[in-house]
Design a protein around this ligand. Structure first.
Ligand SMILES: C[S@@+](CC[C@H](N)C(=O)[O-])C[C@H]1O[C@@H](n2cnc3c(N)ncnc32)[C@H](O)[C@@H]1O
Length: 272
């Protein structure tokens, strides 16, 4: 596989993931006629979920932003021919979106990617300046510092320990401790609320969505570049991915489980 192929596409096809993002989009309640920014849109699943809820609303505009050209190409292909809204995709860092988006928007959704941003205050300042008063900012993430079921933590610990061992045994490699990846520094739900409030938003919905993740989910996330780099810093993608895949299988076998529970934080806020 080339680096470009380690996109999010495979993972996003998991039914549990499609369903949790669908519940999130329903929570947000996008409406026809809106100008919507889909930050870190990836391969376009959330864009598509919003389009399904806006069926027939031709006066809607959705702008998808992502830094991965491969992901955006997959989004364009997946959504080709959709006529329900004007769709525009822009390749840029989420941190720099305001250089491309000058007009106000009604809604910003930021799905499964806010945890990657090192300076969340700087980004929120930009989001606050683009959302019209009364408009919405909403995000979801499973990478937050919040309670997880005990068996989830056990799986996570065993999976990572095995992956590190496999990396050493099969490839003679170890992790680079110097490279700390942002997605490993998690905020609590309360810290996210404070972050949003600091930037002029009032949180109107905050829920934890409890999801059962089957083995395929962990195998597929092990083929996503951003996840691999977070879990196995400094290791070549292909070897890190292979170690994660092998370790996930071994951990499911050892624990004799068919799924692992995982909590997703869903937050919807209104611009005051
Ligand atoms: C886990 S995927 C989520 C995709 C989609 N929003 C969803 O919920 O299914 C994360 C996406 O964020 C993108 N991404 C990560 N950091 C980014 C950044 N700083 N700027 C723009 N895109 C970023 C990745 O390329 C990837 O497509």
């Amino acid at each position: 596989m080339t680096t470009e192929e380690y996109t999010f596409a495979k993972f996003s096809q998991n039914a549990f993931y499609y369903e949790l993002n669908g519940r999130f989009v329903d929570m947000v309640g996008v409406k026809s006629g809106q100008r919507i920014l889909d930050l870190a849109c990836g391969t376009g699943q959330v864009t598509q979920l919003m389009l399904e809820r806006l069926r027939g609303a031709r006066n809607t505009v959705i702008i998808g932003i992502d830094h991965s050209s491969a992901a955006l190409q997959q989004a364009r292909t997946a959504l080709r021919g959709k006529r329900d809204a004007a769709l525009l995709f822009v390749q840029t860092q989420a941190e720099h979106f305001s250089e491309s988006i000058k007009d106000k928007v009604d809604t910003v959704v930021y799905c499964n990617a806010i945890h990657y941003i090192p300076d969340k205050d700087a980004l929120m300042e930009k989001i606050a300046s683009v959302v019209r008063p009364g408009g919405t900012f909403a995000f979801n993430t499973s990478f937050y510092d919040g309670p997880q079921e005990p068996e989830t933590a056990l799986f996570q610990r065993k999976w990572m320990m095995k992956a590190i061992r496999i990396l050493k045994q099969d490839y003679g490699l170890s992790l680079s401790k110097a490279e700390k990846v942002e997605s490993r520094r998690h905020l609590t739900a309360e810290q996210y609320v404070e972050l949003l409030e600091r930037h002029g938003f009032r949180v109107v919905k905050k829920e934890v969505d409890k999801v059962d993740v089957p083995l395929e989910g962990w195998l597929d996330i092990s083929k996503f570049k951003d996840f691999i780099e977070g879990a196995m810093p400094g290791v070549p993608l292909e070897k890190a991915s292979a170690a994660l895949v092998k370790a996930a299988r071994q951990t499911y076998d050892e624990l004799k489980i068919t799924y692992v529970k995982r909590n997703w934080l869903d937050v919807v806020a209104v611009r005051v």
